[in-house]
Each structure stands twice: as structure tokens, then as C-alpha cells.
Design a protein around this ligand. Sequence first.
Ligand SMILES: Cc1cc2nc3c(=O)[nH]c(=O)nc-3n(C[C@H](O)[C@H](O)[C@H](O)COP(=O)(O)OP(=O)(O)OC[C@H]3O[C@@H](n4cnc5c(N)ncnc54)[C@H](O)[C@@H]3O)c2cc1C
Length: 404
Amino acid sequence: MSNLDIFRQETRQWLEENCPAEMRKPMTADGACWGGRNFKFSHPDQKLWLERMGEKGWTAPTWPSEYGGGGLNYDENKILAEELFKLGARPALASFGIWMLGPALLEYASHEQKMEHIPKIVKGEIRWCQGYSEPGAGSDLASLKTKAVEDGNNFIVNGQKVWTSYADECDMIFTLVRTGPQEPKHNGISFLLIDMDQPGVETKPIKLISGKSPFCETFFTDAVVPKTNLVHDLNKGWDVAKNLLQHERKMLASMGLGGSSAGGKGKGKSGSGLANLSKKYVESSEGKISDEGLRQKIAKSDMDAHAFGLTLRRASEEAKNSNHGPSAATSIFKFFGSEHNKRRYEIMLEAMGTQGLGWEGGEFGPEELAVTREWLRTKANSIEGGTSEVQLNVISKRVLDLPQ
Ligand SMILES: Cc1cc2nc3c(=O)[nH]c(=O)nc-3n(C[C@H](O)[C@H](O)[C@H](O)COP(=O)(O)OP(=O)(O)OC[C@H]3O[C@@H](n4cnc5c(N)ncnc54)[C@H](O)[C@@H]3O)c2cc1C
């Protein structure tokens, strides 16, 4: 038996013994575990699952064990993902710390900063939000104006961020602040970690058309931040910011895997979710949707998702033996993934007809309401993490090397 076979056997056994029953049920819309000081667990099993996975470092399986990560290599991580998938296990933790901040800290933070922050991310003890965008600094992020001024062992921070997802529920925020001159704008930016639990930090929710309110405006008024929370060198925060954005875009690209059977997480998953949903609302005979136009759109969407899944898998296999994190090519995946997800929801709405226009209750079931709201939510896919236009700019400049 090879080492990997032994690893698979042990992993399967550990999961069998440690994944609580409730965490083997399909994820509900609001069933994600975000962790942090203020998180309300939906079930005791959710807490238990986070604690067990966090202790083993399997919420961040490939991060170094020195900082509380799982220390797994590429092949072991793939096996873990496959075994979790087979068991139908829910992710133990959803976290901006895992998806974005942790990878950037591993690359740019000091050993002391890693020791301080990474284990708490792995265990879901601290919930992080992202303070990048400002009014007037979205696509043109480097124009940001939130200012951090040195004051002894601290920085004093003043300014405003906007579209800060979940800021009102988070413990800490990773921010870009101006510590140098406004011009040249990329050179005067620093990457600062700020505790939200202090009088100088306030949040105000912003309501969306989907009815939810996951965003906030975040205000800093003389917020005090120890200098030990500066990541990388003063005025060199743009390097950290770009690296983190690539991790964010890689994570967001996976939205485009809906309908894919090639996501690399086990075999045999049906790629016909769109067709199955559509058949509930439109005429079909002998298992085939009668409307040829709709049939073609569904087939194209499923094929696109499948090809995209294979492409992502190929890219991840290619990266297997290199030590490089995601590159600017991530913008290709972010662009395709978010545009594909939007098209998929348009097809669902088309198939559902008037049943896709419900807002609440009445003759609309929970599945219909969920699709309608998610359709509205997908409109943000091509904005969050950098707009589609910005991704195309990155691709043309940094991937295709076209002239400005
Ligand atoms: C769901 C969601 C969650 C988000 N969460 C966060 C978060 O947690 N933290 C955070 O900091 N931010 C967050 N954002 C903000 C997001 O990063 C910005 O909305 C995004 O970068 C666009 O910036 P903007 O809204 O200022 O639009 P603008 O930059 O004003 O863009 C307006 C339009 O102009 C186009 N445009 C602008 N510049 C160019 C150009 N050079 N070439 C071509 N077209 C251009 C854009 O593509 C867009 O269509 C979130 C956004 C959404 C939708």
C-alpha cells in the first residue's frame, strides 16, 4: 500500500469518526459557519465540527503546521477534498481569513505576525473583513484616501471604507491605508490590520436589491492601531494588496463551477442541475425539454461549466510543483466564472417564467424565492473582487502583454 493509500484510509476513518451527523446534511442557504467572536452557531454539531477540523488544521489543509495549518501536500489535500465530498461533509469554516488574508500573510507577514494571526484564522476564532474600497476608489483602488499617521508606537487612522462585506459582524479588518503621498499613488499605501472592537471604528449597513444587507460603510475616526499590525514594509502595501486580490479572484472564480462535473471533487456528479430545475416549469416529453432554444442554452451552459472545471483543474495540476501562488491569469478565471454564473441564473429565470419573479410567500415556494434572490445577487458577481472590465484590463496588460 502506498503512503497516499494509507493517508486516504486514515483520513476516511478520522472523518467517519469525527464529522458529526448534522454536518453531513446538505448545506442550507444560511448554514455556513463564519466563526469569530460573535458568531451564533446554528447547531452544536456546527461548533464541534469547526473545533475538530480547526484543531487538525484541516480548515486550511495546505498551510504550514508551524502556524496551525494542516501541512498537507497537493496530493494529500486532494484526497482530503475527495473524502469530504464522499461523506457529504459541509465545509467546517467559510472565511475571508482562509480565502484571502491568510495566503497573503504567509507570503508577506513577519514570523511573529503569522504566529499571532494564522492559528486564529485556522480555528475560526477571529472573523476578518476586507477594507479596500472607498467612495471614489473602487476600480481605481490606488486612489484611496483613508489615512494612517504615525504616532509613537501606533498609527492613527481616519477615513472611510465602503462595501465592506459583513463588517458589522467581524472582529478585525485588513485595510489599505495611505501612509505616503497621494502621487505616485501606488507607492504611498500600507497594509494594516485593525481591531474593529474600539471606539474609533463604526459600521453602518447598506441594503441591497436582493433584500439582504451584507455590506457596510466603515468609518475610522482616530482609530488606534499598533505598529506591529503593519504587514510588510511601510508604503509597500500595494504588493500585499495585489497578492491578496489574486487569491480573492481565484476564490470568486469557483462561482462559475455551477453545473460542472469537472471540479475535481470526486466523480459522477450530475451536470444537469439546470435541466432538472427547468423541467419542473416547462413542457417536456420523454425526459426532454420541448423548447429547443432553452434546451440549447442549457446544453451550452453545462458544457461551458464542464470545460471551465477542467481548465481550473489543469491550472491547479500545473501549479502543483511550483511554489508560486496565483498569478494575474486568475483574472481570466474570475472573469469567466462570474459572467458564466450570471448567464446560468438568467437561464433559470427564463425557464421558471412568472414563478421566477416571486419576492416572498404566496404561491412561491422556498426554492423559487431562493432562485429569484440569488439571481439578483449574481448581478454583483461581475463587480465584487474587481469588475469584469477591470479583469479584461488586467488580462490584456499582464497576461497578453498588450500595449496600454
Ligand atoms: C457583492 C460585493 C461585495 C463586495 N465586498 C467588498 C469588501 O468586502 N471589501 C471591499 O473593500 N470592497 C468590496 N466590494 C467593492 C468592490 O470591490 C467594488 O465595487 C469594485 O471594485 C468596483 O468599484 P466601484 O463600485 O467603485 O465601481 P467603479 O470603479 O466606480 O466602476 C464603475 C463602472 O466603471 C467601470 N470602470 C471603471 N474603471 C474602468 C476602467 N479603467 N476600464 C474600464 N471600465 C472601468 C467599471 O467596470 C464599472 O462598470 C464589494 C462589491 C460587491 C458588489
